[in-house]
Design a protein around this ligand. Structure first.
Ligand code: ADP
Ligand code: ZN
Ligand code: ZN
Length: 742
């Protein structure tokens, strides 16, 4: 018997292998097998149970081992992997690497972690005596005793730099023990005591209507995409849950995607509360899972014990079968786009996977992406709207604070305006809570006149020029245009053309110095995310009212629901606006609407202060109401005019190399080739230096292709690339439907 196997490493195409008849009976498509490849033995996935390839009997090699009887890939995932490799122009190896977690590849067996723990109840004299002449062991011992939990041996060695011998030494002295058990296989302990997670409500009329629509779509048992466009606090989650019940009742499974699991603790708790009652197991899929937890999660799904998965981007590959419903919450979020190979967009893959299964995909957001609006416009997606907040709660009152006035008054660049400060003081006196929000995703390397709000833009690309510190030039990173950075504002001749923003630390300091001393101010930022308990504890303290003011970056912008928050301040609304990206305005609008949505979710109305140097920009004006339709109309018109996405696809081609000269040389040569034999229907921009011109010692130069068809463009590029004599020290990659411009 001959079968086709896709190796997980080393070879990017299906290979034919032989199997004995007895073996053949046990193998199914999607099974993980071990195969000889060259001189190595590697893992591979069985893609087909017959092969047309003629191979002489003496050349045929045989599958050596079936890793486990249950397939690791469902039929639809196998199809999906092929589509992804083609659409995102990446190897099968990278796609399968993303689909099959390492823990599963390692053989599906439960993996016991080696744990190290200091012995308890030791006399301190004995310990001191034993460690007297060994300061290193003493350091390790102190480290182990500082926390009563066992440590993973791996982490001690790789994370904290203790050597294997050192650990052994401590064990030999009887001061520590090694155990081998799996510490915590329950992937998610809801220790966030949300009030009312298990409440049951009568659905509002709007919610009912939206649910009925999705319900009907589910009954048709055909593929369809339903956009749920609902203002913040309109009760979208409840609509998702209704749809889930319908899908489960049909005997199908549900995939629930959120941008980032640790930012959606309430959603997870509500899911648990609602579906555990009926005996459903819910698999929480996130990046912190230990290999044991991941194997468990995986097995619960492949055996059909669990039918609900909630997780971030990579959960889109969870082996649920049959899949009836895919929900993508906050579908506009950037976090769905993976910025490493394979550079896929989780939302788009979700839609494709739903299609492969004749399932329904629900895309929910208060501020859907322009890509999604375009698909609604073209009648590819249906849309249902929730226009009102639950219980008719009002959307917050939004004040736009013109920072140019404060800047003139105070000289320099003030962090807090008088009006926002005054509002925060009032909240504090009333024992209400505030959130101060700062966006730091940009690089703050565009120039901004703090006197008049002027920003220098590229005349061809209508994006802000970026300032490069190394040579003092302003550059357009789309087309490569450059000019010497001016020392004063071109519009009002002011010398206040600043190039830097503030960090959260600075803001915390300033706020602390200006607020009453007893006010409790806590900062959350991305560093905190690495310590997930710290972040959750902070949220819990905030919920319990132990914190008056929470200062943070985009991570506190969405999803969280704190009833006592009545004030939200946006410190520098211009940072995303000034980003050197044609999506800057869209992102800035989405962010402002989401942030504003954090205020006034309880009984009291909320207020929002947006500090800006560009008070008249559309993303700020439209976000006041918010007037989503107005914004979309204007922004769509702009994109249509420039033929930017969503009117065309965008492929970003990045060249990377240690030598700037070489990297620039080859990207210029490449452009010359494209000009000599233009690809039909493709507009090329660049090469240009990327805004982040160097990462980890590698210079980055990129080109952009605007095109109506990914497929023809990719095959055209591949043809030219095949004979392009690229220097071995310069690498290039394609980013299809690129979102990151930096
Ligand atoms: P969204 O995701 O649209 O911002 P949520 O789904 O988080 O909104 O709902 C907002 C709040 O309203 C939540 O606290 C939720 O518990 C509550 N809620 C949802 N539906 C109802 C309802 N039908 N009746 C009363 N409260 C509801
Ligand atoms: Zn340009
Ligand atoms: Zn000016």
């Amino acid at each position: 018997m001959r079968i086709e196997v896709q190796p997980l490493v080393g070879f990017d195409q299906l290979l034919t292998y032989g199997v004995t008849e007895k073996f053949f009976a046990r193998i199914k498509p999607g099974c993980l097998v071990q195969i000889p490849l060259g001189r190595r033995r590697v893992l591979g996935v069985v893609f087909s149970l017959d092969s047309k390839e003629e191979i002489a009997a003496d050349k045929l090699r045989f599958v050596s081992h079936l890793v486990q009887e249950e397939p690791v890939l469902t039929q639809d995932l196998m199809k999906l992997s092929k589509w992804m490799a083609a659409y995102y122009s990446c190897s099968m190896e990278s796609v399968l690497g993303a689909m099959i977690p390492a823990a599963v590849r390692d053989g599906m067996r439960e993996k016991n972690e080696k744990l190290i723990q200091a012995k308890s109840k030791l006399e301190s004299d004995i310990v001191n005596e034993a460690l007297k002449r060994s300061p290193k062991q003493k350091k390790l011992f102190n480290f182990l005793t500082a926390q009563p939990v066992p440590f993973r041996k791996k982490d001690l060695i790789h994370g904290h730099g203790f050597s294997e011998n050192l650990i052994k030494g401590l064990i030999v002295k009887g001061l520590a023990v090694e155990t081998a058990e799996v510490i915590n296989r329950d992937a998610y302990d809801d220790d966030l005591d949300f009030e009312g997670v298990d409440a049951e409500w009568e659905l509002t009329c709007e919610q009912k209507e939206a649910s009925t629509e999705i319900g009907k779509a589910l009954e048709r048992e055909k593929f369809g995409v339903q956009v749920l466009h609902g203002v913040t606090g309109s009760g979208k989650t409840e609509v998702y849950f209704e749809a889930m019940e319908a899908a489960l009742a049909q005997g199908g499974g549900v995939l629930f995607l959120v941008p980032e699991v640790s930012l959606a603790p309430q959603t997870v708790s509500r899911l648990r509360a609602r579906f555990s009652k009926t005996g459903e197991q819910i698999v929480v899929w996130h990046s912190h899972l230990s290999s044991g937890e991941r194997v468990d999660a995986w097995r619960n799904l492949t055996t059909g014990k669990a039918r609900i998965v909630v997780g971030a981007r990579s959960a889109v590959f969870a082996p649920i079968s049959p899949l009836r419903l895919v929900i993508v919450d906050e579908e506009h979020e950037l976090a769905y786009k993976q910025e490493d190979t394979p550079r896929y967009h989780g939302r788009d893959v979700a839609v494709y996977r739903a299609m492969l299964n004749d399932a329904i995909c629900v895309l929910g957001s208060a501020t859907p992406s322009l890509e999604t609006f375009r698909n609604i416009e073209r009648n590819k997606y249906k849309v249902g709207k929730l226009l009102n907040r639950i219980d008719g709660r009002k959307l917050p009152l939004v004040h736009v604070v013109d920072m140019r006035l404060d800047a003139r008054r105070e000289k320099g660049t003030p962090i807090l305006s008088q009006s926002l400060l005054e509002a925060m003081r009032q909240r504090y006196e009333k024992r209400e809570q505030s959130i101060l929000f700062l966006n730091r995703r940009g690089f703050n390397t565009t120039m901004l006149c703090t006197d008049c709000g002027w920003v220098e833009e590229c005349k061809d690309c209508s994006i802000a020029l970026t300032f490069h510190r190394t040579d003092g030039y302003l550059r357009c990173h789309l087309c490569g245009f450059r000019k010497v950075a001016p020392s004063c504002c071109a519009s009002c001749q002011s010398l206040e053309v600043r190039r830097k923003g503030h960090g959260t630390q600075k803001i915390e300091d300033v706020v602390s110095s200006l607020m009453p001393r007893r006010a409790k101010i806590v900062r959350v930022d991305a560093d905190m995310m690495t310590k997930k308990n710290l972040f959750r504890e902070t949220l819990r303290d905030f919920r319990r009212g132990k914190i008056d003011i929470l200062v943070g970056t985009q991570m506190i912008a969405k999803g969280l629901d704190f009833p006592n928050v009545t004030l939200v301040g946006v410190i520098d609304a211009d940072l995303p606006l000034r980003m050197e990206d044609f999506r800057a305005s869209e992102r800035s609008f989405q962010l402002l609407v989401q942030v504003a949505g954090r205020a006034g979710r309880g009984d009291r109305a909320g207020e929002v202060y947006i500090q800006t140097y560009a008070p008249h920009s559309p993303s700020i004006q439209f976000s006041r109401k918010p007037d989503i339709d107005g914004f979309i109309e204007e922004e769509m018109a702009m994109r249509r005019e420039l033929a930017y996405p969503p009117y065309r696809h965008l492929i970003r081609h990045i060249f990377r190399g240690r030598s700037l000269e070489k990297t620039e040389f080859y990207s210029n040569e490449w452009r010359k080739l494209l000009d000599a034999e233009p690809l039909t229907g493709v507009e090329v921009k660049g090469p240009a230096l990327a805004p982040i011109e160097k990462i980890k010692g590698y210079y980055r130069v990129h080109l952009f292709y605007f095109t109506g068809s990914i497929q023809t463009t990719l095959s055209g590029l591949a043809k030219i690339r095949a004979t392009f004599p690229l220097d071995p020290e310069v690498h290039d990659i394609l980013d299809v439907d690129a979102h990151q411009m930096s």
